[in-house]
Design a protein around this ligand. Structure first.
Ligand SMILES: [Zn+2]
Length: 186
């Protein structure tokens, strides 16, 4: 009897913690329904398996807070099962996010190198194609959707503090670029 009641409360508790994020890019403005296990596994991936990659990306050019929020939304859109919360899928999704937002072949090549070092036999093109299908070819994500993710999903996590310096955004003019230096560049 005790177990039944406990399980019921557990279920209710999980239900209450389910997050809704409005996905403004979707044609019918449907909400993303985010379950606690999805949040838990996404941050497990970040905290345990991506430490080296995130440390390597010291200026947050490959993975700043917005791109990581996009990857999170892609994972939800793709409705990945728990076993697919992997480094490879993270990098595949990140590549897609970068390709949507930046026009920089060098950064994309850098992610490809990480993918190759994670699995030499991986057919990156096939994997991209498959992932893109899984998110139903909806690669665009609005800034406000990313901001909602940062505000609602584990908001105090260090990962959301990865704000890219203005110098590393494509929009800064060269004259301005020289004056403002990114403190993380050596
Ligand atoms: Zn820098």
């Amino acid at each position: 009897m005790f177990n039944v009641v406990r399980n019921m409360f557990q279920k209710m508790n999980n239900y209450c913690k389910t997050q809704l994020i409005y996905d403004y890019e979707a044609e019918n403005k449907r909400a993303l329904i985010i379950k606690p296990w999805q949040i838990e596994n996404f941050f497990k991936l970040i905290d345990e398996d991506l430490v080296e990659f995130l440390k390597y990306d010291k200026c947050y050019r490959l993975a700043d807070n917005y791109l990581i929020a996009m990857v999170f939304v892609y994972f939800i859109r793709a409705d990945l099962p728990v076993d697919d919360y992997t480094v490879i899928n993270f990098l595949i999704a990140l590549y897609l996010a970068l390709a949507m937002e930046e026009d920089d072949e060098e950064l994309l090549q850098d992610i490809e190198n990480w993918l190759e070092s994670a699995d030499e036999t991986l057919n990156i093109f096939q994997k991209h194609k498959f992932f893109f299908q899984q998110i139903e070819y909806r690669g665009a994500i609005s800034r406000s959707c990313c901001e909602n993710v940062m505000r609602k999903i584990n908001p105090n996590h260090e990962i959301w503090k990865r704000q890219r310096h203005v110098n590393h955004s494509g929009a800064v003019r060269d004259s301005k670029r020289r004056r403002i230096r990114c403190p993380r560049c050596r």
